[in-house]
Ligand binder design. Structure first.
Ligand code: 5GP
Ligand code: ZN
Length: 115
């Protein structure tokens, strides 16, 4: 099929994933290529290609992702010392999958600025 989105496939269950959390608006799963001891990807169930193309009607789901990222970090992953939430946008931002997503990273100390 043309233009298949891997994250839409994961959300639908056609591609398997290690699910951490889901609700009516979002789906969270473990990254296949983790960059830290804990590496979760949180995606809206609605396909939005990139943060550069969000609109005002996406405010609710994007805000919801922040709240659920915090809940996952604290309640499910016990990241008591902190964590990082990051969204790569477009080529310069290092985005490789064009379905908006937030990386929830934890379990080690991160440097700033990122590379
Ligand atoms: P980006 O590079 O767009 O910011 O992040 C995409 C992330 O999705 C990468 O960290 C990559 O490892 C992850 N990823 C890509 N394909 C799959 C997949 O099929 N399953 C899982 N679990 N993660 C994936
Ligand atoms: Zn998608």
């Amino acid at each position: 099929m043309l233009n298949t989105c891997i994250f839409c496939e994961i959300i639908s269950g056609r591609v398997s994933s290690d699910k951490v959390f889901d609700d009516d608006m979002l789906y969270a799963f473990r990254d296949v290529n983790p960059q830290s001891p804990v590496h979760i990807v949180i995606v809206p169930k609605k396909h939005i290609s990139t943060l550069g193309e969000v609109c005002e009607s996406d405010e609710v789901v994007l805000g919801h992702i922040q709240v659920i990222a915090s809940k996952i970090a604290k309640e499910f992953l016990s990241l008591k010392n902190g964590f990082r939430v990051v969204s790569n946008c477009g080529y310069d931002g290092g985005q490789t999958v064009y379905h908006v997503h937030y990386h929830l990273l934890g379990g080690r100390v991160f440097k700033w600025p990122p590379g």
